[in-house]
Design a protein around this ligand. Structure first.
Ligand SMILES: NC(=O)c1ccc[n+]([C@@H]2O[C@H](COP(=O)([O-])OP(=O)(O)OC[C@H]3O[C@@H](n4cnc5c(N)ncnc54)[C@H](OP(=O)(O)O)[C@@H]3O)[C@@H](O)[C@H]2O)c1
Length: 222
C-alpha cells in the first residue's frame, strides 16, 4: 500500500530506488550500525534514498556529488562529502566496509581500494557477473560473457581481499512494505526533482539522460 503520508507522485518515485538501495545495503551489503558505507552519486535517484536508509541503519555515510548539490546531500544525512569536480574520493576515503557503486569502471577500480580487507562492493551499474547470469537462468553463452565482462573487477577485488558483486533489483512486496513503514515513520523521505505530464514523457527521459537529476523524475499519467 502507498505510504499514507505521500502523494501519488512521491509514492511513484520510491519502488525502483527504494528496492535497489534496500537490496544493495541491507540484503547484499549486510550494512550494520557503526559501519562505514560509500554511496556514489548521493544526489541521484538511488543515492538520495540510499543515504537516508544507511543513516537509518546507523552507518557513517560518505558520498560523491558536484559542488551545487553539496547542501542537498548534507541535508539527506551524508557525513563525508566528496565534491567529485574538485576532489578525488580515493584520496579522502579509506577502510570502508561497503561501497554502493553506480558509476563507471574507473570509479569501480578506485572504489575497491577504499574498502577495508573483507569489505564489499555492490555495483548497480555493472559489469554483470556470473552469479547474476545464474540467478536469471541465462543460457551458457551469456554466463560465459558475464564471466569475461566481470573478470577484471573480480580479480581486482580478490587481490585486495574484498568482494565484488553485481546487483540487479528484483521486485519484492515484502521489502516495499518495510520501506513504506520507514517512510511513514519519517526515517526516509522521497526526493522528487520534477514531475512531468504524460504528454511530456520524451522531455522527462531527456532530462534523466542529462545525468543531472536531483532525486527522482516522475511521469504523471493523469
Ligand atoms: N542494477 C539495478 O537494479 C539498478 C537500479 C537502479 C539504477 N541503476 C543504475 O544506477 C545508476 C544510477 O541510477 P540513478 O537513477 O540513481 O541515477 P540518476 O538519478 O540519473 O543520477 C543522476 C545524479 O548522478 C550524479 N552524478 C553524475 N555524475 C556523477 C559522478 N561522476 N560522481 C558522482 N555523482 C555523479 C548527478 O549529480 P551532479 O549533478 O551533482 O553531478 C545527479 O544527481 C544508473 O546507471 C542506473 O542505470 C541500476
Amino acid at each position: 500500500m502507498k505510504p499514507k503520508n505521500l502523494t501519488m507522485e512521491e509514492a511513484a518515485s520510491i519502488p525502483l530506488v527504494g528496492l535497489t538501495a534496500w537490496q544493495a545495503l541491507v540484503e547484499r551489503g549486510k550494512l550494520m550500525r557503526d559501519q562505514k558505507v560509500f554511496i556514489q552519486a548521493g544526489s541521484g535517484g538511488v543515492g538520495s534514498f540510499a543515504i537516508q536508509l544507511a543513516k537509518h541503519l546507523g552507518a557513517t555515510v560518505a558520498t560523491t556529488t558536484s559542488t551545487s548539490n553539496i547542501d542537498m546531500v548534507r541535508g539527506l544525512g551524508a557525513d563525508v562529502i566528496v565534491d567529485y569536480k574538485t576532489e578525488d574520493f580515493e584520496a579522502k576515503l579509506s577502510d570502508y566496509d561497503l561501497v554502493l557503486h553506480s558509476q563507471d569502471g574507473k570509479a569501480l577500480e578506485k572504489s575497491l581500494r577504499v574498502l577495508r580487507p573483507g569489505g564489499r562492493l555492490v555495483s548497480i551499474s555493472g559489469p554483470p557477473d556470473p552469479d547474476f547470469a545464474e540467478a536469471i537462468r541465462a543460457p551458457w553463452f551469456v554466463k560465459l560473457f558475464t564471466r569475461l565482462l566481470s573478470f577484471g573487477a573480480r580479480r581486482n577485488a580478490n587481490r585486495l581481499d574484498t568482494t565484488f558483486s553485481f546487483l540487479f533489483m528484483k521486485g519484492s512486496g515484502d521489502q516495499l512494505r518495510q520501506i513504506a513503514t520507514l517512510i511513514e515513520a519519517g526515517a526516509v523521505r522521497p526526493v522528487v526533482d520534477k514531475v512531468f505530464p504524460f504528454e511530456s514523457t520524451n522531455e522527462a527521459l531527456a532530462y534523466v539522460e542529462t545525468g543531472r537529476a536531483k532525486g527522482k523524475v516522475v511521469i504523471k499519467v493523469k
